[in-house]
Design a protein around this ligand. Structure first.
Ligand SMILES: [Zn+2]
Length: 750
């Protein structure tokens, strides 16, 4: 997209190639960092970070001083050192943008506020070395003996006023916060000290609207403040917004809540995560608006009109008392804009949920049961002064979903309508094994999405492909060509299907749809292999390996049953058994908590004509299998193994059963006289016995080419009586025997 002329006025970015300035030469510091007079915490932090990263890169420490000595290059930080750049400061005013200048061989990095200086330091480092902060847990850069600034003269003013991921799932670490700071994000829930140091606007609160009136303190004395549901007052959900006196009490409580937590820039006064509202006569009564019109309870805007009438005066008071703006969630029943003007001191945080993550606002076709969020956003724009777009980009369940392609269009749409604040929910980069998938898995699969989105928020008119290339080249280096192909292919697969994508798609089913069923799994894995071989930088290689692990987890590689194709009829010891999947995840049927005492494994081979199944059964003292038992037309009494298959069409169930004495039984559905043509051989081990079953695939109703993934379906079962115990049944993954839908997929290799 080309920049339009209005935006060119906003983005006063100019790059010219001034003389180089050497800061470190041959491992020796040649420059010093000069703080402005009375530096703010963010300016001190800017000096610290500049010093830290140059030391990480070169091993040399640039001293940080209050005033410069006579000798050497100076790096002047902050507005207090930039008085001779009045024009730049004017251009940066009211933003956290930055300028970087070379004046007489000295370097100046500054903003019109301390956060601008801090932002400038990170971009200076990025522009003058190969460093990237791709995700919270990892940084990639080269160690080198020199640090020479070559790209200096630059001024960059962001389009957005507020930007940053809202990191969720488990509490983040310092690394998560620092990643946000180093990538120019500017709001946080951290401590006042940290926010001052990182130049972050401090936003506190959340789903707290009703919590301001705690049930414990108020329900007994004032049940009328709580919602009436079917004639009964009870705490939970929202509050009764028309109870006499509630406004005054609410304001008082809210002041207490705020004063315990000051300082803050924004109070997040979000409704609870529920649509429960008060249904009392007062709350459901028609609302007469100042212009004389009436809004009745059947109007879609009724609930939000009622709510803003309550919250507007509260936000006014909060502003006049504390100079804090009130953020509210346009979410659930509040996604419909009210029929009253919203206070100028309210920031509306617009939460489009649930939305189709493949469709932009511009060409939104609402999901079933969902809304046209583009239209709703514009409706809000008409009654509210400040709107923030609060998205769900990157909430992908661990699948490498290219959300940035939708996000960039959404941002430009929002920009066109004056939206200047952006955020999105996103998991932290932290291993937490009690979450599935782990929060870090989102970053393993797809850090490129989170990084490009946060960079686009700075200025949505940047070129997305340039940003993606920058990320991929710096992060993966020698492996970048393969990783580019990998992500490009996923992008193409993703957008070639019309299927809807929503909040936290399920990883396994999404991978199956886009990778396995398209027949692209091997190609994508080959690209990851190629990338791993090409990677030289240890962090790059590690990140490729993590992407590979995320990809394999999505494809369910460990749990998938792949049946190797064999050239010759296999015996018990054929080397092909080493190449095929071995399934051993048996659980005591209906009682998964009881461990199944006899290890059992199943491996299969096929030659397109027959299926060969090797079953290994642990047995404390295996009897000599005589292999001369009878052929049964009913279930074998006592212990046995049964293998159940549904063919390509999942139509009929086929049972193949045998025991260690050579008895066999087979059936198609309830047809017990049916004969599959199965053949069973046995052999005895020290602590186990083995059976090798051969059965014609046609008997199992396998149809070649019926299914492009060449699947049949099955479940395995063993009945076993431990010595002195009672008979126990176990099945593969604890699956039931009679429901074809729960059968495992068995992939026959072509
Ligand atoms: Zn009420």
């Amino acid at each position: 997209m080309k920049l339009n002329s209005i935006l060119l006025l906003v983005i006063l970015s100019a790059v010219s190639y001034a003389a180089e300035i050497a800061l470190v030469r041959n491992g020796r510091a040649e420059a010093e960092i000069i703080l402005p007079p009375s530096p703010s915490p963010a300016e001190r932090f800017a000096a610290q970070e500049l010093q830290y990263w140059i030391r990480e890169i070169t091993g040399a420490e640039l001293p940080v001083r209050d005033t410069g000595g006579a000798e050497g290059v100076k790096i002047f930080l902050g507005k207090g050192n930039a008085s001779e750049f009045a024009e730049d400061l004017k251009a940066l005013e009211g933003s956290d943008g930055y300028a970087c200048r070379n004046r007489n061989g000295n370097l100046y990095i500054f903003g019109s506020i301390p956060k601008g200086t801090l932002n400038g330091v990170f971009r200076f480092l990025e522009n003058n070395s190969d460093i990237i902060w791709p995700r919270p847990q990892y940084t990639v850069f080269s160690k080198q003996k020199d640090f020479t600034a070559t790209r200096i003269d630059e001024l960059d003013r962001p389009y957005s006023r507020v930007r940053g991921l809202g990191l969720t799932l488990v509490s983040g670490t310092l690394k998560d916060s620092l990643w946000r700071v180093r990538n120019n994000e500017n709001w946080s829930k951290a401590s006042a000290e940290s926010c001052a140091e990182w130049g972050m606007q401090r936003e506190l609160g959340g789903h707290i609207f009703a919590r301001i009136m705690p049930e414990k303190a108020w329900f007994k004395s004032n049940p009328e403040f709580f919602p009436e549901i079917r004639g009964i007052r009870r705490p939970g959900g929202s509050l009764c917004l028309t109870a006499p006196g509630i406004g005054e009490v609410y304001e008082k409580n809210l002041s207490g809540w705020i004063e315990e937590r000051l300082p803050m820039d924004t109070l997040m006064l979000g409704i609870n995560d529920t649509s429960i509202v008060c249904r009392c006569a007062g709350c459901l009564a028609p609302i007469r608006l100042p212009d004389g019109s009436v809004v009745t309870k059947d109007d879609p805007a009724f609930l939000s009109t009622r709510w803003y009438l309550f919250v507007n005066p509260i936000a006014e008071k909060v502003w006049s008392k504390y100079k804090i703006r009130t953020l509210v969630y346009a979410y659930l029943y509040l996604i419909i804009s009210p029929k009253v003007r919203i206070s100028d001191h309210i920031l509306v945080s617009f939460h489009p949920h649930p939305r189709d993550m493949k469709t932009t606002y511009e060409d939104c076709k609402p999901l079933k049961g969902s809304e046209d969020f583009g239209k709703l956003l514009l409706d809000y724009r008409k009654v509210g002064k400040e709107i923030r777009l609060r998205e769900y980009y990157g909430c992908n369940g661990g699948f490498p979903r290219p959300d940035e392609y939708v996000a960039v269009k959404d941002m430009r749409f929002a920009m066109k309508h004056g939206v200047r604040e952006f955020t999105a929910e996103h998991p932290v980069d932290r291993d937490a094994s009690n979450w599935d998938p782990m929060p870090s898995a989102y970053w393993d699969a797809n850090a490129v999405t989170a990084w490009t989105i946060t960079r686009l928020w700075w200025d949505p008119n940047q070129d997305l492909e340039t940003l993606r290339s920058r990320f991929l080249e710096r992060t993966y280096r020698e492996a970048a060509p393969a990783m580019k192909k990998y992500y490009r292919r996923i992008h193409d697969l993703w957008f070639s299907k019309p299927d809807v994508s929503t909040y936290n798609d399920r990883l396994i089913s999404t991978s199956k749809k886009y990778f396995i069923e398209t027949g692209e799994e091997q190609n994508l894995r080959a690209l990851l292999d190629e990338a791993e071989k090409a990677a030289k930088h240890p962090v790059s290689r590690k990140l490729v390996q993590l992407a590979r692990a995320a990809f394999d987890a999505g494809c369910g590689l460990k749990s998938r049953i792949i049946v190797k194709k064999t050239g010759a009829e296999p015996g018990f010891d054929s080397p092909d058994w080493k190449e095929t999947s071995v399934f051993s995840d048996f659980s005591t049927f209906a009682h998964r908590e009881i461990p199944f005492p006899a290890a059992t494994s199943v491996a299969m081979l096929h030659d397109a004509k027959n299926l060969y199944i090797k079953v290994n059964c642990a047995e404390a003292s295996p009897p000599d299998p005589q292999a001369k038992g009878g052929v049964f037309d009913q279930w074998i009494p006592g212990d046995f193994v049964s293998l159940h298959f549904a063919g390509s069409r999942k139509k009929n169930l086929h049972t193949l059963s045998f025991d260690r004495y050579g008895n066999t039984f087979d059936a198609r559905r309830s047809e017990r006289k049916w004969n599959s043509g199965m053949k069973v051989e046995y052999r005895r081990g020290e602590t186990s016995w083995e059976a090798l079953v051969t059965v014609p695939l046609a008997a199992l109703e396998y149809v070649p080419e019926h299914d492009k993934l060449n699947r049949i379906y099955g479940v395995f079962h063993r009945r076993h009586t431990p010595p002195g115990g009672e008979a126990l049944s176990a099945t593969s993954q604890g699956v039931t025997l009679d429901n074809v839908r729960s059968y495992m997929e068995i992939f026959l290799e072509r």
